[in-house]
Design a binder for this molecule. Structure first.
Ligand code: CUK
Ligand code: CUA
Length: 765
């Protein structure tokens, strides 16, 4: 390894002195026609490739946040390249990011317990990005968990989950997460009816005791947190509420939640009764719930609520008296409900109906104002006749589910589950424009910012339920398939298939990449799970081990390529907290921290502080080490946790080592370091001889290199001091450490030089 570094440094020196920057690869002689023939590609394929191919270092125009289905995570990928960029852990532990392994994220998962129960997974369905005036703003992301009624709040500054709230009254949900146009509220509607507050009632009392609900979670933008104390719910009938969407523009202040199984069937196939699927699809219509949330907020603030599990609920009789909830019939087993960019239209797909039903908000308002109702449901909620609310119904195909809006006026895309197609249609005129087949069985679909007030068009992604024959077989469990479709022309064109091997995504949301402003590094000593300062953060030189009875706290730093301290001695039975701060400033210099046997792995991005807490109940000597290949001496980034058996008495405190060093060793290392410094000086001259200050990336690399050279100077002083005292052992080792810092500085310098070369830096006087 040492030789390799020497060679690399020598090469750096060569490049610098000769001024060589580029090498040309003259080997690849195959031309495009030959590649097409060899791989059996058509012109169409080449066109698709050219539309999606993103050269090394290239960026995507849009970023997609997809539900990760049963993984309880969020999948982040780019469009049009369809390259996966990250999995964000939300409801489930994920070791690479340390989520569920550091104490800080364990606290989040602790708060995600349902009635004291740990839920080890999540069924994520609908991500939603915060909006400002109905426009996606890229600051925060919400995602729901259908299995347990929960919403996670993810910071888009660092793509980390910072909060999970548990719905206090629902036993299952589905119609979350959807945000109001200024992210005042995050909407979460129930799915399967239950006794509000998760209580018991016999199924024989289903009509009387079981209920649905919708919760409006107050979001505090400043704090980046849902405020449960300012949130409220509405009691709804025990129809299985399904998806929701918030009104905007003319319908701002209202929200829409549809439902299925308005038949209120309770199943019982084992009793000889027809199953749920029969009992829940008998009637021709279900109900769209139209809710005046702005008014409901006033009713809640006026205290006209019933507290269930300490949570304020507006009961149905209050909702009826105050005019908060209206029902409208909607076609058999509806699914998606999607509000148009101007807020006037609400499009519903009926799974067992062939129509896209376009409701008009102004017609709905006219009916409400005129008090024109077709009757009431069994709970007394007013029903608006469908013909009084419908703008147009358009036959689209079999199994219309979800709808997304295009940048073209009046254009929408609806998924057809049974037909395995996407249909583009005009919802103003009510006519079908184009169809494309997908493979196979589409659920949701996502257009670029297709749910905001300003849809971007260009691309559509079909989130398919089955992949069947699209990929190399990997056993009976197939990956999911996201298909990218070009919607910029009049004919939709299929561009790309992306397998997703993590869980079944439901919805995804896409935002222009330029709207996202993620951090490159943390402010020094950040607790990433709160976004605030970590009280246990230390700077280099402040590291220490503190003992309070049997509780040991290790305040540690990590930097290429060592932890401080490296030897931690504790007694069997002690509780040990490793509070580790990554003291790097360099971009992407993440360290890991794993302790063998003790189920510990932290992810420490530059500037982050995280805690691993263990009970050292097994005596022995356990290595801790860095789990990210962070530097040439990454493997050496290690230490020992010594857990002394109860009653153990040490014979000698002297550490016995394998190798001893002489003055000759010291002199040799010393000379190497002087030679290395000459190389570094030439790299520095190259960089400072150019307009590097015009490149912020290079400026931060230079700062990091200067840090390393300062460390090198400190190590050099120690080496010379110990040499003076004739301690050749420590003098040689300190000289070696001095060289380590030089190597890091040279490595960073080389990166800076490459960056300057690639970005056209110019020579300055
Ligand atoms: S749902 Cu799965 S395809 Cu949860 Cu929005 Cu429609
Ligand atoms: Cu730090 Cu590997």
């Amino acid at each position: 390894m040492t030789n390799n570094i020497r060679k690399r440094l020598a090469a750096t020196a060569g490049v610098v002195t000769l001024g060589l920057g580029l090498t040309v690869n003259a080997v690849s002689a195959e031309n495009l026609d030959e590649v097409m023939a060899r791989r059996g590609l058509s012109q169409q394929d080449l066109l698709a490739a050219a539309k999606t191919y993103t050269p090394s270092g290239g960026r995507d125009e849009f970023i997609v946040f997809s539900s990760g289905g049963q993984s309880g995570q969020v999948i982040v990928y780019g469009v049009p390249s369809m390259r996966i960029l990250k999995y964000v852990s939300a409801f489930t532990p994920e070791p690479w990011q340390g989520f569920g392994f550091d104490e800080e994220s364990k606290a989040i998962l602790e708060s995600a317990k349902v009635d004291g129960r740990e839920i080890q997974w999540g069924d994520t369905h609908h991500p939603a990005i915060t909006e400002t005036d109905g426009d996606l703003d890229g600051e925060w992301l919400f995602i729901n968990d259908k299995s347990a009624p929960r919403i996670a709040v993810i910071s888009l500054h660092d793509f980390e989950t910072q909060q999970i709230v548990v719905n206090p009254i629902m036993q299952s949900e589905h119609g979350g997460a959807f945000v109001t146009p200024n992210s005042e509220y995050v909407i979460e509607a129930a799915q399967y009816p239950g006794v509000l507050g998760r209580g018991f009632a016999p199924l024989s009392e289903f009509n009387e005791k079981f209920r649905g609900a919708v919760t409006y979670w107050k979001f505090d933008r400043e704090a980046g947190r849902i405020q449960p104390g300012q949130s409220f719910s509405l009691e709804l009938p025990p129809y299985s509420q399904d998806l929701s969407d918030a009104g905007k523009g003319v319908s701002e202040g209202w929200s829409f939640t549809n439902s299925f199984c308005a038949e209120r069937y309770v199943g019982g196939i084992e009793l000889g009764r027809p199953p749920f699927e029969a009992g829940c699809s008998q009637a021709d219509t279900d109900f769209l719930h139209v809710i005046n949330w702005r008014k409901a907020e006033e009713v809640y603030k006026a205290g006209k609520v019933t507290m269930i599990n300490d949570h304020p609920v507006i009961m149905m009789d209050t909702a009826i008296a105050e005019g908060l909830v209206y029902l409208i019939a909607e076609p058999k087993s509806p699914h998606g409900v999607d509000v148009s960019p101007n807020g006037e239209y609400i499009i519903v797909g009926g799974k067992l109906d062939t129509h896209g039903s376009v409701y008009s908000f102004s017609k709905i308002q006219a009916a409400i104002e005129a008090g024109k109702f077709a009757g009431t449901d069994p709970y007394g909620l007013p029903i608006i006749a469908m013909e009084d609310a419908i703008h147009v119904q358009v036959p689209l195909g079999l199994g219309p589910l979800h709808t997304q809006y295009d940048s073209r006026e009046c254009n929408v895309f609806t998924s057809l589950y049974v037909d395995s197609q996407v249909v583009r249609w005009d919802y103003c005129e009510g006519k079908v424009l184009d169809k494309i087949s997908i493979h196979y069985n589409i659920g949701h679909l996502v257009a670029m910012e297709g749910e905001g007030v300003n849809p971007k068009g260009k691309y559509l992604i079909s989130l398919n339920k089955l992949a069947i024959d699209r990929f190399n077989p990997v056993g009976p469990l197939h990956p999911q398939n996201h298909q990218l479709i070009d919607i910029s022309g009049d004919k939709m064109e299929l561009l790309y298939d992306m397998p997703i091997p993590l869980g079944e995504p439901h919805y995804a949301t896409a935002i222009a990449a330029e709207k996202l402003k993620p951090l490159v590094r943390y402010r020094y000593g950040t607790n990433s799970r709160t976004g605030g300062k970590h009280e246990g953060a230390v700077r280099p030189g402040q590291e220490r081990i503190e003992r309070d009875g049997t509780h040991v706290k290790v305040y540690m730093t990590a930097i290429r390529s060592h932890f401080t301290p490296e030897i931690v001695e504790v007694n069997e039975g002690d509780t040990v907290e490793f509070i580790v701060t990554n003291s790097e400033r360099a971009e992407d210099e993440t360290h890991g921290f794993a302790v063998s046997t003790y189920n510990v792995n932290l992810s420490l991005e530059p500037g982050k502080t995280a805690t691993a807490k263990i009970v050292a109940d097994q005596a022995g000597v356990f290595s801790f080490y860095c789990t990210e290949f962070c530097s040439a001496l990454h493997l050496e980034m290690t230490g020992f946790l010594v857990v002394k058996p109860e009653g153990y008495q040490e014979a000698s405190a002297e550490i016995s080592e394998g190798t001893s060093y002489t003055q000759a060793d010291y002199d040799k290392q010393y000379q190497t370091n002087l030679d290395t410094q000459a190389v570094i000086d030439s790299v520095v001259a190259y960089i400072t001889g150019r307009n590097f200050k015009d490149f912020p990336e290079v400026v931060s690399l230079v700062e990091d290199a200067v840090d390393q050279l300062n460390f090198a100077a400190e190590a050099r002083a120690k080496a010379e001091e110990t040499a003076q005292a004739g301690d050749w052992q420590n003098a040689t080792l300190w000289a070696g450490q001095w060289w380590q810092y030089q190597v890091k500085a040279a490595d960073i310098g080389l990166r800076a030089k490459t960056f300057l070369d690639e970005h056209g830096a110019v020579v300055v006087e």
